[in-house]
Design a protein around this ligand. Structure first.
Ligand code: NAD
Ligand code: ZN
Length: 350
């Protein structure tokens, strides 16, 4: 088969590799029908995620068709259309039992595989993929949900919701700032609205992305770093600071912005992946009673989010702005990495 292989920082190729095979009885082999590219893939390409070794097939989002099942898989049959979760988890170990799927310990031969595809095992930017622990890592796609909608449930919708909105304790009536209106930030904006946030302020450098933020439910937009940007945000809170700020970029500068905007006693939910160490002024955060949360998505809320997508309560298909075929992978990466010029949100490959 053909797959997108990581050959070290800045180096990827669409190349021939052996087809995946069932290695454990709980595995499934899925034909990838639709996949996409994530901000995290760009971090990997930059060399920010050293655990990804040369030769690894990238990608952790996908919708596909089950073509082969290991002996113990009981929730699926060959031919099922499925969402492939970015997290694969056994569902039985001590971490899975408390919903910490991203730290699955594995209970069947493969240990420590809770991490995203493309990290410790081969990913979805390929014609076929092996999915360990298929019963807990795949979700059946209803007929009325398209591939473009379904692929947003592999990672970005659960990430924006779980690591942004839920971990940030967004509550009805809150003022929420979302820094970074990329696909993950837009997912946080859409799901913060479902939690009853009264004011949702999108902050980005890219005016196209701020326009998109309004489509996903932002009530206000602010151009990041523009003169008076902070005063503009604080004016929307009567000067008090926002209840929750969600960082969806992954830089020390934007984390500092999130910390600066939040009111005393507020929450900062850091979603972005940081490729470098960040310094925190603990004394200043202590005196203001700030809570900071962070982490890898567990994707345990995927079934709930799938229901909302199926009812069109989350405009998932609006994230799919560009379409390519698999043999155009390198062009697709180029389009996604130049999003400010191309206006790309999610680049879909079929
Ligand atoms: P993206 O690169 O498409 O979007 C990032 C956005 O941030 C862009 O719109 C960009 O214009 C904006 N931005 C850059 N600098 C800024 C600044 N100074 N001020 C305001 N905005 C700024 O990425 P994405 O796919 O939306 O992902 C966002 C982040 O979430 C990435 O760091 C990604 O790795 C991370 N992520 C985390 C998890 C997790 O489990 N925690 C999962 C998936 C993705
Ligand atoms: Zn587990």
């Amino acid at each position: 088969m053909k797959a997108l292989v990581y050959d070290g920082p800045g180096q990827i190729s669409w190349t021939d590799v052996p087809n995946p095979a069932i290695l454990h009885p709980s595995d499934a082999i899925v034909r990838v029908d639709t996949t996409t590219i994530c901000g995290t893939d760009l971090h990997i390409l930059k060399g920010d995620v050293p655990a990804v070794h040369n030769g690894r097939i990238l990608g952790h989002e996908g919708v596909g068709t089950v073509i082969e099942l290991g002996q113990t898989v009981s929730n699926f049959t060959v031919g099922d259309r499925v969402i492939i979760s970015c997290i694969k988890s056994c569902g039985h170990c001590t971490n899975c039992r408390i919903g910490l799927y991203s730290h699955c310990l594995g209970d069947e031969g493969e240990s420590g595989i809770g991490w995203i595809f493309g990290h410790l095992i081969d990913g979805t930017q390929a014609e076929y993929v092996r999915v360990p622990y298929a019963d807990n890592s795949l979700y059946k796609l209803p007929e009325n949900v398209s591939d473009d909608q379904g692929v947003m449930l592999s990672d970005i919708l659960p990430t924006g919701f779980e690591i942004g909105v839920k971990a940030g304790h967004v509550a009805p009536g809150d003022v929420v700032a979302v820094i970074g209106a990329g696909p993950v930030g837009l997912a946080a904006i859409a799901t913060a609205g479902l939690y009853g946030a009264a004011t949702i302020i999108a902050i980005d450098l890219d005016e196209n992305r701020l326009d998109q933020a309004l489509v996903f439910g932002a009530t206000n937009t602010v151009v990041s770093g523009s003169p008076g940007w902070k005063a503009q945000v604080l004016a929307l809170t009567d000067g008090a600071g926002v209840d929750v700020s969600i960082e969806a970029v992954g830089t020390p500068q934007t984390l500092t912005m999130a910390l600066d905007l939040v009111r005393p006693g507020g929450h900062v939910a850091n979603v972005g992946v940081h490729g470098q160490a960040v310094t925190l002024n603990m004394a200043e955060l202590w005196i203001r009673n700030i809570t900071i949360s962070m982490g890898l998505v567990n994707a345990s809320t995927t079934p709930m989010l799938l229901k909302l997508v199926a009812q069109d309560k989350i405009p998932a298909s609006k994230l799919a702005t560009h379409h390519f075929t698999f043999d155009q992978f390198l062009e697709a990466y180029d389009t996604f990495s130049r999003a400010a010029e191309t206006k790309a949100l999610k680049v879909i490959l079929t």
